[in-house]
Design a protein around this ligand. Sequence first.
Ligand SMILES: Cc1cc2nc3c(=O)[nH]c(=O)nc-3n(C[C@H](O)[C@H](O)[C@H](O)COP(=O)(O)OP(=O)(O)OC[C@H]3O[C@@H](n4cnc5c(N)ncnc54)[C@H](O)[C@@H]3O)c2cc1C
Length: 528
Amino acid sequence: MAHPPPVRLDRPVAIVGAGPVGLTTALGLAFHGIPFVVFEDDDSLSLDTKAGTTLPRTLEIWQRYGVADAILAKALRVDEIGEIERATGRRPFPLRMHVLGAETRYPFVINLPQHHMEPILADAVRARGGEIRLGHRVAGLEQTDASVRLRFAKPQGEREFEASYVLGCDGGRSTVRELLGFTVEGPSVAERYALIDLIVDLDVANRRDYPYLSYFSDPQEWMILVRHPHCWRFLFPLPADLDEPTAEDLRDKALAFIGGVGKVEIHNKVVYRTHHRVATRWRDRRVFLMGDAAHLITPMWALGLNTGALDASNLPWRLAWLLRGWATAAILEGYEREQKPLATHGSGEMADAARAYMAKRVEQAHAMTDNNWSNAYTRGLLGVRLDVDGAGAWSLVKFATEPPVAAGDRIPDALVHTPEGRETRIHDLCRDRFVALYFTDARRRPPIPANGSPALAHFAVSRWDAPLDSGLRDRALLDPGDRLFARLGVRAESIVLVRPDEHIAAIVPIAAGAAERAYEDVTGMTPP
Ligand SMILES: Cc1cc2nc3c(=O)[nH]c(=O)nc-3n(C[C@H](O)[C@H](O)[C@H](O)COP(=O)(O)OP(=O)(O)OC[C@H]3O[C@@H](n4cnc5c(N)ncnc54)[C@H](O)[C@@H]3O)c2cc1C
């Protein structure tokens, strides 16, 4: 199989902001061989107490970019998300993540504080030869047809930088967004949230057996409990008219919740305001907004950083296809079209549902059902359907167990077997290329194109092993028991075309040249 050529650029891509979205995007560019430099205002990575929970879809993206193992080595895996009625202890919405074992190699969420996560991402960026220039605050930008000139305030190094593209990952108060003149729309939520991190033994001396991530619902006062590798975090709503509590107040509130315990140490306290604000535009020619710079989402159900990770999954492969000369410039238009509705409505609705449920307005919690599988799928952000063809059919919520897939869905990371007998995951087949999966009967020697292009690979998928003289042994996958075929729910004799970001680009009947035509619909060019 041919490998993609390295991308040669006179001017690298500039990523503004070394938060989790900027660093994940940098890993995405490194993965696709695109030269880049990251510019960060601060003199160090952030030490603030922010995101704590990362969802399976983000782990899959980090796996693609080669950093998931390093993250997992420092994180706590969470098998069960507790949705618990505070007054009765009832658990009406089951959320055991292990039911996703056939769908993803990460059937769990993880808890890891953002300030522990960012150095792992930054080390991975540097290990790939990527540069992170600290102490570089972007203060100006000018675009020409061929480049973007960045100007820095308080430069530790240079005062200006000429980039081919600029990816604004500079957080909720984004300077890049301001320089583009884009506004944000949406409400600030009236209540604030207060969190207290306590170091306390709830495992042995004071056994509580709470799931490592638990949402305690209550009409008076809900609470979210997060067990971090180094502490227990208690998060409460703080009504707008109440004075800010002290750390001791919050500690006592937490103790009233969990009951008497022995030694307790206060580790940290934070009070913050919540928003749901999305930028009116996400792109101006060579400049893009990503992560919190494009969308500030209430961090309920861990939707802040994790929604930003979806941006970092979507844009790098598009840039790679354009810069390799494998796609027309129109490929970049899909980024905002696909990601913006997720942020404006999708994650927003999920955060609304979460707040409604926590305050016991269950009838408004539309994204929640009594189906463990669909709850786990939705909450893991595995149910993301992108508006791949502009028809407006995006969604984040799955209401049924194993629903048939459609164009735009993330393809499950199911197991199939190679002709050599190795087990392989579907996502591993899509590394930096499109993959056309032909659901067919390999005994009949279907005419499947040979694999010559680095941009598009073809595979027969069948429960019938390809006969040794079929000419298909280099491109046939065994699907024991038709498991994958049944899971996808597609018709026999269909092609499922999967993009490099593991989303389904199209589902079309098998015909001569059909996969290439579907590929061309996305890229505007025939496969190289
Ligand atoms: C208390 C709290 C708890 C949260 N919990 C969760 C959770 O559990 N799960 C979840 O998914 N999300 C959570 N979030 C949200 C999450 O922290 C954010 O969504 C995430 O940090 C966004 O990442 P980002 O990289 O887009 O932006 P940021 O993390 O804000 O990073 C932006 C970076 O850009 C830099 N920068 C800014 N301006 C410039 C400039 N002009 N030039 C150069 N650099 C610049 C900043 O210094 C910063 O390093 C939480 C947030 C808070 C506050």
